[in-house]
Each structure stands twice: as C-alpha cells, then as structure tokens.
Design a protein around this ligand. Structure first.
Ligand SMILES: Cc1cc2nc3c(=O)[nH]c(=O)nc-3n(C[C@H](O)[C@H](O)[C@H](O)COP(=O)(O)OP(=O)(O)OC[C@H]3O[C@@H](n4cnc5c(N)ncnc54)[C@H](O)[C@@H]3O)c2cc1C
Length: 475
C-alpha cells in the first residue's frame, strides 16, 4: 500500500510493481501528482487550459527522477532547456547563473569572475575561512557542525557584500520554501553542494513542454496500471493499524504486508498521530513524526493577460529583494498549449511565485502584491489587461528548521514494514525537492524488496562530499 501519489508515492509504486509486488497507490485528491499536479481550468475567455500546482525546474542532476521519467519517455523529449535564468532586483543590474562551467572548482571561479555581485574587490571583505564549509560538505560533519544554527546566522559570518548575498544566497534559501532565519545552515550548505558546487550538470534546468498531467502523470499512471498496479484517487487515508491495515476516510480497510507513507509532511504527521496502534508499536516513529513541521505558506498565481511581456524576458526569472515575489515564469514561452493560447490573442501566461510568503495573507492579496512588485521590475506589465487569474496559497512545504536533522524521520522506521518517502524525509545522500522525493522512494523500495532477496533498484547521487571535505572518516 502506498499512501500519496506525488513523486515519492508514484516512484515507490512503480518500482515495486516492476519487481512483481502487488501494489495499490492511494491518493487523497482527484488528480495524481501532489505538488507537481496539473488540472484543467476554464479561463475567463471560455478556453480550457491546464494549470499546474506551480512551475517546476527539472535540474539535470536529478538522476533518480530522470530514471523514473525515462520509463515513460526514454529520451526525456518532453523536457526542454528553460534557457538562461536571470536574477533581477530593483537595486542592482540583472545577472545570470546559467551557462557556467560544469565542473567544480571551475564553476565557482567562473561565478566569482563573471557575477557582478561577486567582484574580487568586493570579496575582500568575505571571510574565506568561514566560507570553507560550503566547499567541505560531508553528511555527518556538516550536519554535526551546522544543523543547530540558522542559514541566516551562517551567512552573516561570511560577510558577503549585500548584492552577492541577495542575488546568490537569499534567492537560493527562499527557493527551498524556508525563510533563512528559520532554515538550518546545514540544510542550506547541503543544497548549495547539491545544486551548484558538486554536480557536473551546472545550475541549468529543463522544463516540460506540455502540462504535467499530459507529460508526466497520465503516462506514469498507464505504466503502473500496465504492470498490475492499482490506483485509487479520492481515497484519503485516515490511519494505519498494526498488521498492516490502512483505514480510509469513511472506514474502508485495506490490508498490506508493507506500507509506504509518501504523503506531504503535514498529512504524514497527521496520519501517524491518528494511528494509536502504530505509535504504540513504534514509539520512535511517533516521537520523530511529532517534530515534522511545514514551512511558511507559498503562493502561486497564474495570470492570463492580453499583452505579451518584452521579448528579452526569460522563461524563468528569479527575483531578489522583493517582499513577496520570488520568481516569474512565462508559461507561454515553454508550454505548448499556453503558447497557442497566447499566440491567438497576443497575450501572455505569467506565473508568479512567493516561496516563503507572510502568514495569514489570502491568495488574492498576495497576487496583488506580487503583481505590483513585478510592475516595478518589468515596466511593460503595469499597463497590461488581466483576463483571468488562478491563485492559491499552499502550506505543505517541509520546514528544515535549525536542529531538525536530529529528529527528522528517515525512510526506515521502528514499525517493521512501514517506510517513509518524500522530500521531507532524512536521506543519507545530498538531494533536494523532487530529487529527494524520488531518491527517498527508491530507498523505501529497496528496503521492501530486500526482504525478498530481489536485486536493489539503482540509486544515484552527485558526489557525496565537497571538494575540501576530509577524505577519511565518516562520509
Ligand atoms: C510552487 C512550487 C514550485 C516548486 N518548484 C520546484 C522546482 O522548481 N524544482 C523542484 O525540484 N521542486 C520544486 N517544488 C517542490 C516539489 O514539488 C516537491 O519537492 C515534490 O513534488 C514533493 O513530492 P512528494 O511526493 O514528496 O510530495 P507531494 O507532492 O506533496 O505528494 C504527497 C501526496 O500525498 C497525498 N496525500 C496527502 N494526504 C493524504 C492522505 N491522507 N491519503 C492519501 N493521500 C494523501 C497528497 O494529496 C499528495 O498527492 C515546488 C513546489 C511548489 C509547491
């Protein structure tokens, strides 16, 4: 039984089914995909468009996720380079982190040499010694030394020039849906290692040319069903009883030898808290799950306009230094159907994200603030006619608070036969977001098939250690 049909749940179900295990995938919502889902919407002009839960960058070092997606498209032909992605702000000129050399340390040197915010002159103030941990990532040592301090406090010790900090690190920390004051420095160092310093693919990413339901979820569902897997949507799980019995809302009971709990962090915590039989058997799991937290709310606003943005604007742009707006995506320049819609009337399909929004502000107000902030960065948007808006606030992103690694649950639990998977689960290799969801699922699958002597599914990782990490000792 796999609970939750996001990337972690679908990866678990598919890999188990491929290995001959009878699997049922249970999803609360009407559609598959979780935070990567897409669904239809009738736009105010009467046309039917797919909307995503939010634009996603498929980074090229997502080896495990790519391996899952190759099952439905061996060439990954539904992905296209998203092109250069600049960081823009009101105060400083635009800069871009794409197209850098791919191997460390050339990538870091090129970043310093090329980025106007990292001019050597300005870097004189940077505490080189304090920056060494960025280049010295190792799972055990980095988390031992830096998990208890916040990313903000760590960044303060570096003494970075304001512009470099805003453009490079503030944007970076926000992309993980956590305010830097509330994010573990170890987690930020790990992400910097994974996304930038220690992968040969660089910071460039790809994006689907079709909506995620068409490109990803429908083909993955077909593949799972062809292997004999069962998918049930609108099947919310309430609790797990010993044995194992998965109890759905309404009372239906489904029995299983193994359970993979691959719900989002809040839902997973609630399911465990509502399962007294499970927590009696697995006190450590109960204790750890009680510490799982979600991060600040995030906002996604898709806006259909009657005019297009300036031709030089990129598919994806990061925003530094605004109170609300963190990124802008021009869907009509990457996704086919959005492009066709925009070409018909000369308009655009713009998506605005706030990755760590203030608490208690509704979606309409956040759209208003983000749109106003965009206007001060891209003047052509101020006079645009808005045809329709699809807006939402989400609160299911995992928090990585200082000190949380010590109690963060891993894939294995003290409940024999119950495994966890998702982008919030503790994993022994560097990975973030979608790749962490896929990688944790592969660990769960390998734990299950390990009971049956079946060969493990391959699990890939970028180099696990930083360039300057000591070669001996713990990984
Ligand atoms: C706006 C936005 C932009 C993002 N951009 C990027 C990006 O550019 N790159 C990147 O790598 N990542 C990005 N992410 C993060 C990425 O979406 C997640 O890391 C990833 O999708 C997590 O997958 P998951 O399977 O762990 O969890 P989820 O996708 O949350 O899946 C969990 C599933 O469990 C289901 N569920 C919950 N409760 C129950 C229950 N009781 N019973 C049954 N089912 C249940 C949920 O409905 C959901 O389908 C972004 C996220 C958002 C929100």
């Amino acid at each position: 039984m796999v609970i939750g049909a996001g990337i972690a749940g679908m990866t678990s179900a598919l890999l188990l089914a491929e290995r001959g295990i009878q699997v049922t995938l249970l999803e609360r919502d009407a559609q598959l995909g979780g935070r990567l889902a897409a669904w239809p919407r009738t736009v105010a002009d009467g046309s039917r468009q797919m909307v995503e839960h939010g634009f996603h960058g498929f980074f090229r070092q997502y080896y495990n996720l790519h391996n899952v997606l190759r099952r439905i498209d061996p060439e990954l032909s539904f992905l296209r380079p998203a092109g250069p992605y600049p960081v823009v702000s009101r105060n400083w000129p635009e800069e871009s982190f794409s197209g850098l050399p791919r191997r460390p340390p050339a990538n870091l040197l090129a970043l310093v040499a090329r980025s106007p915010s990292l001019k050597l002159r300005e870097l004189r103030g940077v505490d080189g010694k304090a920056a060494v941990p960025l280049l010295s990532y190792s799972r055990a040592e980095t988390y031992r030394r830096f998990d208890h301090i916040s990313a903000k406090d760590f960044l303060d010790t570096l003494g970075m020039p304001a512009r470099a900090r805003a453009h490079l690190f503030d944007v970076f920390a926000h992309s993980f849906f956590n305010h830097q004051e509330e994010m573990s420095a170890a987690e930020m160092i790990m992400q910097f290692h994974f996304y930038f310093l220690r992968n040969p693919e660089g910071l460039d990413f790809d994006a689907p040319i079709q909506d995620y339901e068409t490109a990803i979820w429908a083909p993955l569902a077909d593949q799972l069903q062809a292997l004999g897997g069962e998918i049930r949507t609108q099947a919310p799980v309430d609790r797990i009883d010993p044995g194992w019995t998965v109890v759905l809302r309404g009372g239906a009971e489904l029995t299983a030898d193994y359970v993979v709990l691959a719900a989002d962090p809040r839902s997973a915590r609630e399911i465990v808290a509502a399962s007294p039989g499970l927590t009696a058997l697995a006190p450590r799991l109960a204790e750890q799950m009680a510490t799982v937290r979600t991060a600040a709310p995030y906002a996604v606003s898709r806006i259909w306009t009657a005019q297009d943005c300036a031709p030089q604007r990129s598919v994806f742009t990061s925003v530094a230094g605004e109170a609300t707006l963190d990124s802008v995506t021009l869907y009509h320049r990457i996704e086919r159907a959005a492009g066709q819609w925009a070409r018909r009337g000369g308009g655009s399909v713009i998506e605005l994200h706030a990755y760590a929004a203030p608490d208690g502000v509704d979606a309409a107000e956040l759209t208003k603030r983000m749109w106003a902030e965009l206007g001060s960065l891209w003047p052509e948007t101020t006079g645009m006619t808005i045809i329709d808006v699809d807006e939402r606030v989400g609160d299911d992103a995992p928090a990585f608070a200082p000190g949380s690694d010590a109690t963060r649950p891993g894939v294995h639990s003290d409940a024999n036969g119950v495994y966890l998977a998702g982008d919030w689960v503790r994993v022994p290799f560097p990975a973030g977001l979608m790749e962490r969801a896929a990688g944790s699922a592969i660990l769960a699958v390998n734990a299950i098939i390990g009971h049956h002597g079946v060969r493990a599914a391959p699990l890939l990782s970028v180099a696990p250690r930083g360039l300057l990490a000591p070669r001996s000792g713990r990984p």
